[in-house]
Design a protein around this ligand. Structure first.
Ligand SMILES: [Zn+2]
Ligand SMILES: [Zn+2]
Ligand SMILES: [Zn+2]
Length: 329
């Protein structure tokens, strides 16, 4: 056991990215006493439909005990931020988000809008990263439907790389690169998974994970925070269809990671728009894809089929989302 609580972000000057370090888990023993996310638990209480709670084992806290360090190459900053769990439904028995009605799923998205708005007022927080892990294969032990939000004091490296390239393209052409890619994918059509009124989902030309799906707004919607309720409900329909597709492809739940790539919480980014990325982890053969030597060691993903085939499999697996009959509340 470590001697003191460490909650900090360490800087890797060689790769140029941050690593979150927190040993709070060593100081707070886990006591499994039923599901902590079910209504009526000490963490959750009663009377909610979507609930945001603080993570019991945070990687970031509002007042971290550790100070900064700048003794090159040992650079770190206090792990100042927040870690939230979004409990997406009171129902424990729901397998995936696609089992929620579009209206209930839109409520989850609206909860994120409210949380992001709130976080944008905190000057210590630069970025809100929403993500969702699904399946034992990606380390999920609590099956009650939930996702997480890391409120970070920096922009995550992957988003920063996207923003840099989007900015370069915009400076050259005056176009949003993400809009360009979405339009070209819709034109090409062969990798499109589904299209709803305001959103489109496709397997990108350069997909890295076997069933990698990107969900984009059809307009240049900079942040999820600016989406109307109508758009949220439509996004919910698109997302349900995609996740249903993932489950139906092999007739069993597919492990996946989903992440929302938002712009930073403050500022204006005309060259970047919000989008979701979902990484379905079964190969076309139905076996699990691991990030092995090439991926983990070299950052080079290998794809042992084609994104076109994966998109075709998804298209035939998913139900065409209907435009609203079942979802009236
Ligand atoms: Zn539960
Ligand atoms: Zn755009
Ligand atoms: Zn992205």
């Amino acid at each position: 056991m470590a001697e003191r609580v460490v909650i900090e972000a360490r800087w890797d000057p060689i790769l140029g990215d941050w690593v979150l370090v927190s040993n709070v888990r060593e100081f707070r023993p886990w006591r499994p006493r039923g599901c902590p996310f079910c209504p009526g638990s000490p963490e959750t209480g009663w009377g909610w439909r979507v609930l945001v709670i603080e993570n019991a084992f945070p990687m970031l806290v509002p007042n971290p005990p550790t100070g900064p360090r700048s003794d090159f190459p040992f650079i770190s900053v206090p792990g100042r931020g927040r870690c939230f769990v979004v409990v997406e439904t009171p129902r424990h028995d729901v397998d995936d988000l696609s089992d929620l009605s579009a209206s209930d799923l839109a409520d989850v998205l609206e909860t994120l809008q409210i949380l992001f708005e709130e976080l944008s007022k905190d000057p210590a927080i630069v970025y809100a990263l929403w993500f969702r892990n699904k399946g034992e294969e990606v380390g999920v032990s609590l099956t009650h439907p939930h996702s997480q939000v890391y409120a970070l004091p920096f922009i995550p490296n992957k988003v920063l790389r996207e923003m840099r390239n989007c900015y370069r393209f915009w400076a050259r052409s005056g176009r949003c690169l993400l809009c360009e890619v979405r339009d070209r994918e819709l034109e090409a059509g062969e990798r499109v998974v589904c299209r709803t009124r305001f959103f489109a989902a496709f397997v990108p030309f350069w997909a890295k994970w076997p069933f990698e799906i990107h969900v984009h707004p059809l307009r240049h919607l900079e942040s999820l925070r600016y989406a109307s309720r109508e758009e949220l409900e439509d996004l919910a329909r698109c997302l349900r269809a995609v996740l249903q597709g993932l489950r139906r492809v092999f007739g069993k739940p597919m492990p996946y990671v989903a992440v929302l790539h938002e712009p930073p919480l403050r500022g204006s980014y005309p060259w970047f728009h919000t989008h979701l990325e979902i990484y379905g982890m079964y190969r076309v053969s139905g076996r699990l894809k691991y990030a092995g030597g090439s991926e983990t060691g070299g950052g080079v993903f290998t794809y042992d089929s084609t994104p076109e085939v994966a998109a075709k499999m998804l298209r035939s697996a998913l139900e065409v989302p209907d435009h609203g009959s079942e979802d009236k509340r």
